[in-house]
Design a protein around this ligand. Sequence first.
Ligand SMILES: Cc1cc2nc3c(=O)[nH]c(=O)nc-3n(C[C@H](O)[C@H](O)[C@H](O)COP(=O)(O)OP(=O)(O)OC[C@H]3O[C@@H](n4cnc5c(N)ncnc54)[C@H](O)[C@@H]3O)c2cc1C
Length: 472
Amino acid sequence: MGAWDFDVIVVGSGAAGLAAALAAAQDGATVLVAEGEGIVGGSSRLSGGLMMGADTRYQRALGIQDSPEALFHDYMTLNQWKVESAVVERLTQRAGAAVEWLGDLGVEFYDQMVYGGDETVPRVHCPIGRGQAVVDVLYARCRDAGVEFALGQRIDRLLVVDGVVHGVAVGDDEITAGAVVVATGGFGANEEKRRELFPSVYDTGWSYYIGADGSRGDALDFTRDLDAQVTGFNRGLRLMHTDFDRMYEAYIPGWLVLVNREGRRFCNETAPYGIMDGLLAEQGDVAFAILDHRRLVEATELGVARYKQAIPGSTKKQSPHWNLDVFELMMREGKVHVADSIGELAAKIGVPVDHLQATVERVNQLVTLQEDIDYLKDASFLEPIDEGPFYGVEVRPATCCFTACGLRIDRDARVLDSSGRPIPGLLAAGEVTGGVIGPRYVGSGNSYGNCVTMGRVAGQSAAAISTGGGAS
Ligand SMILES: Cc1cc2nc3c(=O)[nH]c(=O)nc-3n(C[C@H](O)[C@H](O)[C@H](O)COP(=O)(O)OP(=O)(O)OC[C@H]3O[C@@H](n4cnc5c(N)ncnc54)[C@H](O)[C@@H]3O)c2cc1C
């Protein structure tokens, strides 16, 4: 409208921020992206960049029949409707178009779709070059569209004029805008906020975080004076891990057997990680991987981790944990329990001897049957546990992959205050928002799909507000 330095300011340059900036620029707005770090991309550039979307040209090319309604149904059912329905509807309606938008901009996808979780048809799109490639393309197109970038500017304040958000500030430096999009990512890098807002990952006792350093939850602080509503307490994605190192291993090799504190199997060990998170919660967030020496040797000699989930482009490589070399290091640090019999192993890991013996007998029966009639794991992963020494390794859902407690938005990405009214001039998208990612992570692609899709919605809303059109 001329009175401001920019029509739209976007805070944060991950997938959500870049999508918002480009969408606003495509709608004719002048845009500045303020980024706290010295590099664009946040967690989005570290990410696999897998993205869910329904009824895309990529699916149709493979003969996969899908619809936004089917995605909405799967999403809502998995989450028992404990999400913001209208926002999820907008996300699921527009996610496919957002994937195609990325494709039109220059992101290339593998011509193989994958299941991200437990959906009925494959609807996860895998970018060649992972999240970094998506960030690179969005950043380049933003630059082409005249979007300006201010790196190393960690915003600590919003400017408010007559109750309307009209800019941002770093210390005494103020920049004004017709509307502001907050896309600052999660708070995983902030231990205090993890403890306060995502206690189920903090309370596991082994606190690992694998996202970007810039995810400190700043926006939860700088929107507090505006009474912004925070929702999605204790949500995010927890990945199962040993207590050995931070090496990222989203899945465990399918041949491992997991038992709970009772020494009983409780799941299909190849469950998608969004599901596994909840399964482990049911077991008090502790499980033990049980294996024997022979299978460990075989896995090491094979040299390739046997995961159920095969992400195109992932080089076939050894599991970073479940091989002899790493095991020896883990043993030296006391992270592996070793025993000559199952009974002795049960005593060492503290589970009832009789239960663990029965579980192992059962596993060996299933191998003979060549069918997992208990938890339906694919028979190709069934391996006996019958040649000592035997190993038991404690695992917990202790790795915080991303957080999902944040600002409540409506379907136009407007931030709501505690009364439920939109805060004029303030929009948000991506990991900084709450209520979109539910108690069950729908699957790989849920978060990135949310970031790009709702980022685009936020950019369009911001441009409309700034240029006088308003949002619906
Ligand atoms: C290893 C890994 C793999 C993953 N793989 C997948 C996957 O394949 N599919 C999927 O759906 N999800 C995946 N996720 C999750 C997903 O990638 C993230 O949730 C998503 O990328 C977050 O995007 P965002 O734009 O909201 O935030 P980010 O990408 O984190 O960007 C936020 C930006 O805001 C900046 N910022 C923060 N505070 C300020 C401030 N005060 N002022 C200015 N700037 C600020 C940060 O520095 C950062 O650059 C993965 C996550 C990780 C860690």
